[in-house]
Design a protein. Structure first.
Lengths: 307, 543
């Protein structure tokens, strides 16, 4: 991106405020090997439902109506393939066919295009279908020119958690190990669903503050069950937890690895020493204590093809 | 660790010229010794004793494979499950097994050393983490170099000597064992949506640089650096009908320098387009015989599900367009890239049938088993845990001929497999699965059962199982002198080593690389090299 991208789309995100180094480090202002003019050599399009501070950095700001992301992406895909679209239906998205045709033309002319999408796309009406549609748009653009697409992830090392869970269990999130092997079903085993249904009877929380972000029934359940929080600071979750273990801050007073949104690992080297143990030390001690107890083998589940 | 005597088994140890001799194998600690007193005795009467298997080319760890795991949850759901136990971690088998399951599956089949064939430097830290989480087997890995733009710029400028120092610095920065070249120049061109399929034409984004120049320069650099494993080369033009011309030309471009041609099956197609595609195995095997400087692995295809994962980005886009199936693409800054497409090889599909035949034809037509090794380019041509199926096809011509009859007449007219009567012997199987790849990788302590070798031993029953397979369920597997598999069960989960090679280079080269890196990369230079402390179980080799 830094060296090649001449056409950059941010969709449903506000990087100026949420990923403040993104423009300057990776996408817009850097001079790249094949984009020697830097910002002048790149076109940036922002697609969002409201004019955020990121719009100031954009060459084109496309304001669409809330909940119409899927329709806009699908119209772009249709125009890309030269199909006819209905002006009246497009107008319902808050855009015009001329605007979208202009963007498609620019996309096709680009040498190296990139689309970033945020939670304004992936977590609004349509959800995973929106993500699927925008990924398809990027894939289909490769019939004309080089295009890539990447989600703008949330705060913290969420990408790292994703990566490690994939190599250890085969799945990125929403994993259930209660049968002794990993099962995956977002919507059934994802944290929010388990908590809201009240399925789990204990919780160990690491590097997250669900007490601040989950729906109220989920928060109520966390307060009801034995909840253990590992966190350097007092959080909404730690206040309702049965146990809060204060840990060192990874990257400041504890070493570790953080994954960038493109899944490139970066080493974290602590600048300070902490009187508190690291998350890893705490987990190892818990594991050792659990291992000292009699072994627990899950009852085999008939018909699962288990070896 | 203790002493063990394996007694009564029929030993196949090609590196030491032992072909089916009943003799004792003695182990003290992690090594094979001439004799032991006392200790445990394993009665191996009526069994076959092999050196532990060595996989010269597989994809079991790293960013690309891990991306694939996320892309195909439906495969994971259908795959074999591994329950967690007292000494065993939970996991999932299938086409892209989890790291722990990978260790159990390889060891469970009698393989004790694996070579991960594609590591980008930028994400090498990740690869090493995954390799550490792959238990039992010993590991090595190869860094991707043929599309690294710092190296490519130097080759274009004719500064081969400086390029050599850069390559050496990069090998040590990534903490790897060897160097892999994937579609030289083609992955760099793919960053512009282009490919590099002509060896002597300049590459998109460059004035004069050609794939041929990259290949010959890298082969020379690797030789001069005295890396134990020669340049590991994934040729240009993979998978395309008529690519035998490119592959044969690549052999010439190497001018007698050592190289390992990876997954040759994917580079051995005749014809001009998809309708006329046919096996080119005869031409490739002939050309290969004339170049004793080369080794290769089959990259054989088995019918059924696969996941194609390769740094060859342009090919993967093409495959996505061809199949309409899911496609994942990763570009790794200025070093490499990768593409992922799930795939099903069907026996009724003419192209797939030809691919299936070509892998076997190459294994059968190349006369010297010391130069061609058993692989499926896992998970590209099929899963590594299906190797016993290929072994059966190689050892049993009647079974092979029955399988050929299942193919369409159209497919049968495009292959030569039906005319080949060769049957592999157990001695030859021991070469292509262990002794040969160990030698190609430069692991003198592997792939053999002589005194002083690593005590990696697999004991197979001499009789095939009901499904005709001989090598699916070893009775015992010993890794570094420990019994890790007994009667088909994982008994001990040990941690394998990771072999890393440290080539010599001028330390000043770092000051040459630093400003170039800072100009084009997006991380700080200090964070680029893998710190040796991060590679757990590392065994550093220097020469």
């Amino acid at each position: 991106m830094k060296n090649r991208a001449d056409f950059i789309v941010y969709w449903g995100g506000n990087p100026a405020e949420c990923h403040p180094r993104h423009f300057s480090k990776y996408t817009l202002t850097q001079k790249g090997k094949f984009v020697p003019e830097g910002r002048k050599g790149r076109t940036m399009v922002l697609v969002d439902i409201r004019e955020t501070p990121s719009a100031r950095a954009a060459d084109i700001f496309l304001q669409i109506r809330p909940g119409k992301d899927f329709e806009v992406v699908t119209t772009l895909r249709a125009l890309l393939k030269g199909q006819r679209v209905n002006e009246a239906i497009v107008a319902e998205t808050g855009t015009t066919v001329a605007q979208l045709q202009d963007i498609v033309d620019r996309m096709k002319r680009a040498k190296f295009g990139v689309i970033f999408f945020g939670m304004g796309l992936s977590m609004t009406r349509g959800k995973h279908m929106n993500s699927g549609a925008i990924l398809m748009l990027a894939a289909e653009l490769n019939a004309f020119t080089k295009f890539v697409c990447m989600p703008m992830r949330g705060h913290g090392n969420v990408t790292g958690a994703d990566v490690v869970l994939r190599w250890t269990t085969g799945y990125p999130f929403g994993i259930n190990l209660s049968r002794g092997y990993p099962r995956f079903n977002p919507g059934e085993f994802s944290t929010v669903d388990l908590l809201v249904r009240g399925d789990n009877d204990a919780a160990l929380i690491l590097g997250a503050d669900p007490g601040a972000t989950m729906p109220q029934p989920g928060i109520d359940h966390l307060a009801r069950i034995p909840t253990i929080v590992l966190d350097p600071k007092v959080t909404h979750t730690s206040r309702l937890a049965r146990v809060h273990i204060t840990t060192a801050v990874t990257g400041i007073s504890a070493p570790g690895t953080a994954y960038r949104m493109d899944e490139i690992p970066l080493p974290l080297r602590p600048a300070l020493k902490s009187p508190y143990p690291t998350d890893e030390e705490v987990l190892r001690r818990i594991r050792k204590a659990v291992a000292a107890k009699p072994a627990w083998e899950p009852a085999p589940y008939e018909g699962a093809g288990i070896s | 660790m203790s002493t063990i005597r394996i007694t009564g088994g029929t030993v196949y140890d090609p590196a030491n010229g032992i072909n089916g001799v009943v003799k004792d194998i003695c182990i003290d600690g992690s090594r094979i010794v001439a004799n032991v007193e006392g200790g445990r005795t394993i009665d191996a009467t009526g069994t076959i004793v092999f050196p532990g298997g060595v996989d010269v080319h597989t994809h079991v760890a790293g960013g690309a494979l891990n991306f694939a795991r996320g892309l195909v949850p439906e495969n994971q759901r259908a795959a074999r499950k591994f329950l967690h136990g007292v000494n065993r971690r939970a996991g999932i088998g299938g086409m892209t097994p989890t790291t722990f399951a990978t260790g159990y599956l390889y060891a469970g089949m009698g393989w004790t050393t694996v070579n991960e064939a594609a590591v980008p430097i930028l994400s090498a830290k990740h690869t090493h983490e995954e390799l550490h989480d792959t238990p039992i087997v010993d590991k090595s890995c190869l860094v991707l170099m043929a599309n690294n733009e710092i190296v490519l710029d130097l080759i274009e400028a004719g500064e081969v000597e400086r390029a050599q120092h850069v390559v050496a610095w990069l090998v040590w920065a990534a903490k790897v064992y060897g160097v892999k070249a994937v579609n030289p120049g083609g992955v760099a061109a793919w960053k512009w949506g282009k490919n590099a399929s002509k060896l002597h034409e300049s590459i998109a984004g460059y004035k004069t640089l050609t794939p041929a120049a990259i290949i010959s320069s890298l082969a020379k650099i690797i030789e001069d650096l005295k890396l134990p494993h020669p340049l590991h080369l994934h040729c240009n033009n993979l998978g395309n009908p008529g690519n035998i011309a490119t592959t044969i030309e690549t052999m010439k471009v190497l001018e007698g320098r050592r190289a390992h041609l990876a997954h040759l099956q994917f580079h051995a197609y005749g014809g001009e387009d998809w309708p006329s595609m046919r096996s080119g195995a005869v031409e490739i095997a002939d050309a290969f015989e004339k170049h004793p400087n080369l080794t290769t692995d089959a990259g054989a295809v088995l019918f059924g599900d696969a996941v194609t994962i390769t740094a060859d980005g342009p090919w993967q886009h093409m495959l996505h367009q061809l199949t309409g199936r899911k496609w994942g693409n990763l570009d790794v800054e200025n070093e490499t890239g990768c593409g992922i497409v799930p795939y099903v090889y069907r026996d009724r599909h003419t192209v797939n049938a030809v691919q299936w035949a070509v892998g076997l034809e190459l294994l059968l037509l190349i006369k010297d088993p010391w130069r061609v090794y058993l692989t499926t380019d896992h998970p590209n041509g099929g899963c590594f845990w299906r190797y016993p199926e290929i072994i059966r096809l190689l050892m049993d011509k009647e079974f092979r001929k029955e399988q050929i009859k299942q193919l369409s007449e159209n497919a049968q007219s495009r292959i030569v497999l039906g005319e080949i009567d060769r049957e592999y012997t157990l001695f030859e199987i021991a070469i292509i699965t262990s002794a040969g790849p160990a030698r190609a990788l430069g692991f003198s302590q592997k792939g053999q059962l002589g005194v002083g070798a690593d005590a990696d031993v697999t004991i197979y029953p001499a009789k095939a199982t009901d499904d005709g397979m001989l090598f699916t369920y070893p009775r015992y597997v010993l890794k570094g002198g420990e019994i890790v598999v007994e009667e088909g069960e994982i008994r001990a989960v040990t941690e394998g080593k990771e072999f890393i090679f440290r080539p010599g280079y001028d330390e000043q080269i770092e000051e040459y690389i630093r400003p170039l890196f800072q100009k084009v990369y997006t991380m700080s230079f200090e964070n680029y090299p893998v710190e040796i402390e991060r590679v757990r179980g590392a065994e550093v080799i220097t020469k």
